[in-house]
Write a protein that binds this ligand. Sequence first.
Ligand code: NI
Length: 226
Amino acid sequence: MMLHIPQVLNPEQLAECRRIIDAGDWSDGNATSGFQAAMAKNNLQLPHASEASRAAGHIIRRALDASLLFTSAALPRTVLPPLFNRYGVGQTFGGHIDNSIRANPEGGVLRADLSATLFLSEPGDYDGGELMVEDTYGAHSVKLSAGDLILYPASSLHQVTPITRGERVAAFFWIQSYVRGVEQRALLFDMDLAIQRLAQAAGQSDPSIISLTGAYHNLLRMWAEV
Ligand code: NI
C-alpha cells in the first residue's frame, strides 16, 4: 500500500524546517547506505547527529504524532529520527532496496516496515527527482507538494530519478509498525477509516459503531507486536 498524506507540515512548520536545515552542514549521502545502495547513491545528506537534523526532525515527529491518517495507516511503534537529503542537478539515487534492520540512533535496533518521504521542496522548484516506487501493482512515480508525505512498504524497490533543474530537498525515515503484515495493516486502516466515516454519520454512541470499534481493537490486539 502506498499512501499520500497531504500537509503533514503546515506552511509555518515547513518554513521552520527549511530554515533550520538550509543552514545545516551537509555532507556526502553515502554515510547511511549499505554497500550496494552506496554504489547507486549521489546526493547530500545532513548528519543525523547534527543539531539541524535533530531540531528539524523534532518538528516532523511532532507533526506525525498529530496526524490521524499517519497513525491509522502506519500504526507506528517506533519512528526513526528523520534524515534529510538534497539533490542538485545531475544527482540521483538509482534503484535499490533499503536495509531491513536499522540501528536506532536513540538506542536499539528497528525492523523497517514502512519507508516515508516528506517532500520539503515544491514540485515547481525542480525537474526530475521523482521518487519511483515499485510494488506488486507496478511502478509509481511520486512528486508531491512541499509538506506532503508518501508512505510505502520498506521492502519496495525504489529510486530517485536524476535532477535536471533546480534542487530537491526531502526528509526520509523508517517506521516499525505494531503490525508487521502489510495485508493486516491495510485491513485495519480501511476498517478504521470506515468506522470514522460511519461515526460522523451515526454518532460515536451508535451501537453498531461501538461493536465495529470493538472488532477493530480485537484484530489489533491479535496482530500487534508489543
Ligand atoms: Ni532508499
